[in-house]
Design a protein around this ligand. Structure first.
Ligand code: BES
Ligand code: MN
Ligand code: ZN
Length: 509
């Protein structure tokens, strides 16, 4: 993380910075201290709003320059709409940040005092707004040496260091912001890992980065190739055998539940640090994007950091399979048959369908060792999921209707939306093989589904609730929005955190 925006909560009465954002609800309704600002400015804000046809609708804003009677050189009126929900509040924070950033201000105030709080408390409103601004502020600039200069490819100015959030209950907001800051740390970790180029972040470096986050209270184990061989993770190892860089599996444990013996939630991530396709090589165009083929792993890492940093009341395990898929004299060949940790044999007909090989062993290991209450895997698994769903929704596959519904709700709440896809015997048949128990590709059609069917063959006990999320379309280069401007979006950290908070922490406090 290059530079993080500092956020401070202050009372509504505190002096405003040179650039100030104030909120207007639908039909230009103002909170009482915002009304006070308008009055001191002799009605300049409301007059300007009328002149501009600004009515407080979400995603709209106007700027009022040098209003008389107040210290700020500019006041930005931002539309808060009617009864904003949590996601609206984050987006509003993102809008506020973007408005400030576009003006290259070095310090700025946001008056988090809407006329209409919706269902939120004053402190939750301010804290959500701050989180939205923080998420929007992220930019990956680690390798740009001429930092201050204009660059058409990036939105954010380096200028804004500190954001002052004025609100009714600054102490309560400061406290409410702590768990949100933990979440943002998790999202930023995921974004950083995805954005990092593959020469800098291979399996070994990724694993080292996981040791660095153990300070948050996570127990971190790194399994090297010798240990992976002893565990018979041959499918995972086969993917990495063409690379000069060794494979790794990382296990991150968070024990936050009151009951040490409470069943664990397992989260598995595909961590292919670079996917050339191997001997079944990908075409050159766009191959650089395959530095993000560890998006599932990054999401799991970010989630585990967030859970630990906010001291979630849950026992959770993150399992990350790290490899690099390269063509070389030692690479696996199309037609090779490998015996996975489960004992099932796999005929590798396409070395570019490697993510499922990695996950087959990591999923098996997770169940074998932890006997989890549920298991979730995330993977940038198929181009086919983008053909089906584009870049707005991730594809969700599950053997459990209740868990799928919980994900649906968490997706709606966070804006990280999932769309359930089918699993069925007829699809499963497509990966039967003459020469082994299964092959690693189906036919021409339904590629995201046959990939999911493949993974399901590694869910041991059919009663274990399992979800697979194909994030090929959402983890990287997804549609930029109010709270994300980064190529690596960190998609899924907020979704999973919400799933855990809403369904697996209650009754454990
Ligand atoms: N990592 C890719 C999937 C991918 C593609 C993710 C584009 C993000 C953007 C995966 O390993 C892959 O290559 N899948 C193949 C499977 C095929 C060979 C059955 C694909 O989708 O083409
Ligand atoms: Mn591939
Ligand atoms: Zn891949």
């Amino acid at each position: 993380m290059a530079q993080t925006l500092e956020i401070q909560f202050l009372p509504l009465s505190a002096a405003l910075a040179g650039t100030a954002v104030v909120l207007a609800g639908e039909e230009l309704t103002l909170g009482s201290s915002t009304r006070g600002i308008d009055e001191r400015a002799k009605g300049a804000l409301t007059k300007a709003a009328r002149a501009a046809g600004f009515t407080g609708k979400p995603r709209t804003a106007i700027e009022v320059l040098a209003p008389t009677g107040i210290d700020s050189q500019r006041v930005i009126l931002a539309g808060a709409g009617r009864a904003p929900n949590e996601l609206d509040r984050l987006r509003l924070g993102g809008l506020a940040f973007a408005q400030i950033s576009a003006r290259k201000a070095e310090s700025a105030s946001v008056v988090a005092e809407p006329a209409d709080l919706g269902e939120a408390s004053a402190e939750a409103f301010a804290a959500d707004l701050a989180l939205g601004a923080l998420l929007r502020s992220y930019a990956f600039k680690k390798y740009r040496t001429r930092k201050g200069e204009e660059n058409a490819e990036s939105e954010t100015a380096d200028g804004l260091q500190k954001l002052l959030v004025h609100c009714a209950k600054p102490d309560a907001a400061t406290k409410a912001f702590m768990s949100r800051k933990a979440l943002a740390d998790g999202v930023f970790l995921a974004r950083d890992l995805i954005n990092e180029p593959a020469n800098m972040l291979g399996p070994v470096e990724f694993a080292e980065r996981m040791r660095d986050i153990s300070g948050a209270g996570l127990v971190v184990e790194v399994l090297d190739e010798e240990q992976l061989k002893a565990l018979k993770m041959n499918a995972l190892l086969a993917v990495g055998q063409g690379s000069a860089r060794p494979s790794r599996v990382v296990v991150l444990q968070w024990q936050g539940s009151k009951s040490k013996r409470a069943k664990k939630l397992c989260f598995d991530g595909k961590g292919v640090c670079f996917d050339t396709g191997g001997i079944s090589m990908k075409p050159a165009g766009g191959m650089e994007d395959m530095k993000g083929d560890m998006g599932g792993a990054a999401c799991v890492a970010g989630l585990m950091l967030a859970l630990a940093a906010r001291k979630a009341s849950v026992n959770a395990v993150g399992l990350i399979g790290l490899t690099e898929n390269m063509p070389s004299g030692t690479a696996q060949r199309p037609g090779d048959i490998v015996t996975s940790m489960s004992g099932q044999t796999i005929e590798v007909l396409n070395t570019d369908a490697e993510g499922r090989l990695v996950l087959a062993d990591v999923l098996w290991y997770a169940q074998d060792r932890f006997k989890p209450r549920l298991i979730v895997d995330l993977a940038t698994l198929t181009g086919a999921i983008m053909v089906a769903l584009g870049k707005e929704y991730a594809g969700l596959f599950s053997n459990d209707d209740r868990l799928a519904k919980e994900f649906d709700a968490a997706g709606e709440a966070t804006g990280e939306k999932v769309w359930r896809m089918p699993l069925a015997k007829a699809y499963d048949k497509l990966i039967d093989s003459k020469n082994a128990d299964m092959k690693n590709i189906g036919g021409r059609y339904g590629g995201a589904i046959t990939a999911a069917q493949f993974l399901q063959r590694f869910i041991k006990d059919k009663g274990t609730p399992w979800v697979h999320i194909d994030i090929a379309g959402t983890a990287m280069d997804s549609a930029r929005n109010e709270i994300n401007q980064s190529w690596g979006s960190g998609w899924g950290v907020r979704l999973l955190d919400r799933l855990v908070a809403d369904n697996y922490e209650k009754g454990d406090k």
